[in-house]
Design a protein around this ligand. Sequence first.
Ligand SMILES: NC(=O)c1ccc[n+]([C@@H]2O[C@H](COP(=O)([O-])OP(=O)(O)OC[C@H]3O[C@@H](n4cnc5c(N)ncnc54)[C@H](O)[C@@H]3O)[C@@H](O)[C@H]2O)c1
Ligand SMILES: CC(C)(O)[C@@H](O)C(=O)O
Ligand SMILES: [Mg+2]
Ligand SMILES: [Mg+2]
Length: 335
Amino acid sequence: MSRIAKIYVDSEVRLDPLKGKKIAVLGYGSQGRAWALNLRDSGLDVTVGLEREGKSWQQAQADGFHPKKTEDAVKGADVVIFLVPDMVQRFIYREHVQPNLKPGMDLVFAHGFNIHYRLIEPPQNVDVYMVAPKGPGPIVRDFFVKGGGVPVLVAVHQNYSGRAMEKALAIAKALGGTRAGAIETTFKEETETDLVGEQTILVGGVMELMKAAFETLVELGYQPEVAYFEAINELKMIVDLIYEKGFTGMLNAVSDTAKYGGFTVGKRVINEETRKRIREAAERVRSGKFAEEWIEEYGRGSPTLKKGMEEAEKSLEEQVGRRLKEIIERGKPKS
Ligand SMILES: NC(=O)c1ccc[n+]([C@@H]2O[C@H](COP(=O)([O-])OP(=O)(O)OC[C@H]3O[C@@H](n4cnc5c(N)ncnc54)[C@H](O)[C@@H]3O)[C@@H](O)[C@H]2O)c1
Ligand SMILES: CC(C)(O)[C@@H](O)C(=O)O
Ligand SMILES: [Mg+2]
Ligand SMILES: [Mg+2]
């Protein structure tokens, strides 16, 4: 039996450990914007730190912040939150954070990559902790605004003050995370599960499965529009049913024909070989091989990442999706 996770909820957590502290949010992208806005709306003192004037700077200003250069934001801060891309964090740390570290400062992460793989090695006299939202940045903001919250993982790497977990939970609360729940974890568990999850199911797996079904239907001569609704658009509705009511709830909403076909054919498509591949992906993450490969790719200017984005943009799926956008938008619930 695996151990039972410690889960914190809103009523157990206080914002006090962060009241009066100056918080620098470095980066204003997917998570940066959501964190800066949610933390500010929760009454915390937030400054946005950015490298240069540009898109993020303008967005932060449009949202009512007065962004500062990274170095200046760090100099005035008690708590520094890293919300620039994982591959950029170590450079920002070396250039702007390390030279301005004061004993008792807090370094906060939304994902454990840089600490777990030792790309950043802070001195002993600072707190290092993590609040990792289990959802994309824009959803972290959207749920918060609508009174909810995306669940988060919390972990402590260094507890110089003795109060690191209290502060991690306070951030989780300010972010809306404890409205759902904050699960205690370690940097190792968060980093490894997050990477395996996004590679094999959330980003890689789902996209490839949708593409495989869509492209096969099109190759067989079916209309791309029909294939798009079947293999891509309807997945949201099925996943929403699972999200609301679990697998049983989803199964109760589909026909017996779909249940029987799903039970028998699903296992032939996603089979032992697929599980072996998921295990292989996990091994690459656990051994550090994936991190090594990604750091090397980033060092060469991220050619694979750029090619993937270009291919996605040009793909038949995206072209058909754009063509059907009007229909999909028209059909969306209005409230
Ligand atoms: N995207 C998500 O939904 C998500 C979910 C959970 C955790 N995380 C974690 O949150 C952290 C931030 O990820 P993100 O996806 O929000 O980042 P992002 O790619 O959206 O970050 C963009 C921000 O970083 C700045 N930036 C980009 N390149 C830079 C560079 N070279 N130098 C300086 N600044 C640069 C941009 O100006 C922008 O403000 C990461 O640790 C990531 O793993 C992200
Ligand atoms: C939103 C995800 C995929 O869960 C996150 O882990 C990320 O890296 O963007
Ligand atoms: Mg991730
Ligand atoms: Mg994730």
